[in-house]
Design a protein around this ligand. Structure first.
Ligand SMILES: Nc1ncnc2c1ncn2[C@@H]1O[C@H](COP(=O)(O)OP(=O)(O)OP(=O)(O)O)[C@@H](O)[C@H]1O
Ligand SMILES: [Mg+2]
Length: 481
């Protein structure tokens, strides 16, 4: 700085330096614009000030004003009348159609594009109105340029953030990840994609799929991704509750229907504002099918023995592993109810048709159960891993889940070994001993399965993929009942 630098010049340079520092950090555009207008007004002793930031398309992006007599839009229009734009200038107010004495304007550009306009008006001096000096013009221009680069970098940062978020979102959907919902296989990713699309809609969804394929898991996901996520998710298993109780369970009951009966609200009412998950809907009796249909059509329900009608605001997601179409043909399931429940149908493929999901499911459950059992980091021996990968999981994800849990429970220390998995499979040898007849092999497999399921024949039949009477017949033949 030469000795001849006048003091006002020195002060301006310091002010500029300070402004560059103040605007230099990562800040929101609106914030920058606000700060700029206050600084400009203060540094130039102006009574009024206006900063208008322009979008890339030349429109108004954001603005901030101090005592400005007009709107930012009017100002933009007035400025745009100047040929070649209004880079910098000192005008009487009348020239911009504004009720002020003198206006000074400067535009700030960044990389060849206009980013903002700064205007100050009516200089304030001690004891009356003063005027801006010609030296003030380059100063205002410098302010505008510094601010323009700050606004431009703020926008670049926001854009970068937006892009990163979009990329993360895209990666997530490519992986098919959704919280702890695992979908690596193309088949499952398609299901997930559809689920994400229909979740926000209020339509009824019917979930089809073998036992253990994740129907309830998807039902919960549909709820979580819907506008009803803040409301309750209420599951009811139509096959698990005896018909005589199911009606009250679903629709509720009014007091005094039978002696000593307390009033109780049903699951349909518990689910108000949320989602009702009708599991095993194929097991609903014709009587209850008719009642349910009425509720879905009228959106109101009457409790058992009740006289009052209750409005029902519930989204229904139903599931079944039954062949509803055959049931329709036989007249065992109402067609009108079928169409009402099946506005959208999602079919969950069995695990054997999506082996790509198996590795991550194993890891997922391993982690979860290790944490639950307080085992810390758990390792899978290579052979144990191969055994788990090769298994065909007739009971689908639920079977895999139990198998991993049991293997882990049997494992010593922090390593799951081949023996642990074999033991968990309820077998000490992976293949039947050589020389066994087919019947012996089948018998061994059936009995081991039964043992693994603690003698539960219904579950065993499910796991073996035969119906229950077949299983009974086999057991009788081997005197194994
Ligand atoms: N894609 C998945 N990712 C993670 N866990 C899953 C997935 N699918 C299913 N599971 C888990 O597997 C188990 C069985 O799933 P779920 O209960 O949803 O199956 P389901 O089809 O309703 O079975 P069922 O017909 O026997 O009632 C649950 O513990 C669930 O959390
Ligand atoms: Mg289920």
């Amino acid at each position: 700085m030469s000795l001849s630098t006048p003091p006002w010049r020195q002060a301006q340079l310091e002010a500029l330096l300070e402004l560059s520092l103040a605007l230099g950090g990562p800040r929101e555009e609106a914030d920058l614009v606000e700060e700029l207008v206050h600084r400009a007004v203060g540094l130039l002793d102006a009574r009024r000030g206006l900063v208008v930031a322009l979008s890339d398309q030349g429109g108004l992006s954001s603005w901030a004003a101090v005592n400005w007599p007009g709107s930012p839009e009017e100002f933009l229009v007035a400025c745009s009348r100047y040929p070649g734009g209004l880079e910098v200038g000192l005008f009487p107010g009348s020239e911009l159609a504004l009720p002020c004495q003198q206006i000074m304007v400067a535009a700030g550009s960044w990389q060849g594009q206009w980013v903002l306009l700064v205007a100050v008006a009516d200089r304030e001096t001690r004891g009356g109105q003063g005027t801006f000096a010609p030296e003030d013009l380059p100063f205002l221009r410098s302010l505008a340029l510094v601010a323009a680069s700050a606004v431009a970098s703020s926008r670049a940062l926001a854009e970068e953030k937006r892009r990163r978020r979009a990329l993360e979102e895209e990666n997530r959907s490519l992986r098919g990840d959704f919280g702890d919902f695992i979908a690596e296989s193309p088949a499952m990713r398609r299901v997930l994609e559809l689920a994400r699309r229909v979740a926000p809609l209020e339509v009824s969804v019917l979930l089809r799929g073998e036992s253990g394929t994740g129907k309830e898991k998807v039902a919960r996901l549909l709820h979580q991704l819907s506008p009803r996520a803040g409301g309750p998710f209420v599951p009811i298993n139509c096959a698990a509750v005896p018909e005589s109780l199911l009606e009250a369970e679903l629709f509720g009951i009014e007091r005094g229907v039978a002696t000593g009966v307390e009033a109780r609200i049903g699951k349909l009412e518990v689910a108000q504002g949320g989602t009702l998950f009708l599991d095993e809907v194929g097991d609903l009796s014709p009587n209850l099918q008719a009642k349910l249909l009425r509720v879905l059509q009228e959106r109101t329900l009457e409790r058992v023995g009740g006289r009052r009608e209750v409005r029902v605001d519930v989204r229904v997601v139903a599931a079944t592993h039954r062949d509803l179409e055959t049931m329709l043909a036989r007249g065992e399931f109402r067609q009108d109810l079928y169409y009402r429940l099946r506005v959208v149908e999602l079919r969950l493929p069995p695990l054997r048709q999506r082996p790509e999901d198996i590795p991550r499911l194993i890891q997922h459950f391993l982690q979860r159960f290790a944490a639950q059992m307080g085992k810390g980091q758990v390792r899978l021996e290579r052979e144990a891993w191969q055994l788990l990968l090769a298994y065909d999981y007739p009971g689908n994800v639920r079977e895999l889940e139990h198998l991993v849990e049991a293997s882990l429970a049997l494992a010593e220390a922090n390593e799951v070994r081949r023996e642990d998995v074999l033991l968990a499979m309820g077998s000490s040898a992976p293949v039947a001993p050589l020389g066994g007849t087919l019947e012996e092999v089948v018998k061994g497999h059936v009995l081991r399965t039964l043992e693994r399921l603690q003698g539960n024949k219904k579950e065993a039949a499910k796991a073996l993929g035969v119906d229950r009477t077949t299983l009974y017949r086999m057991l009788k033949r081997w005197n194994a009942t």
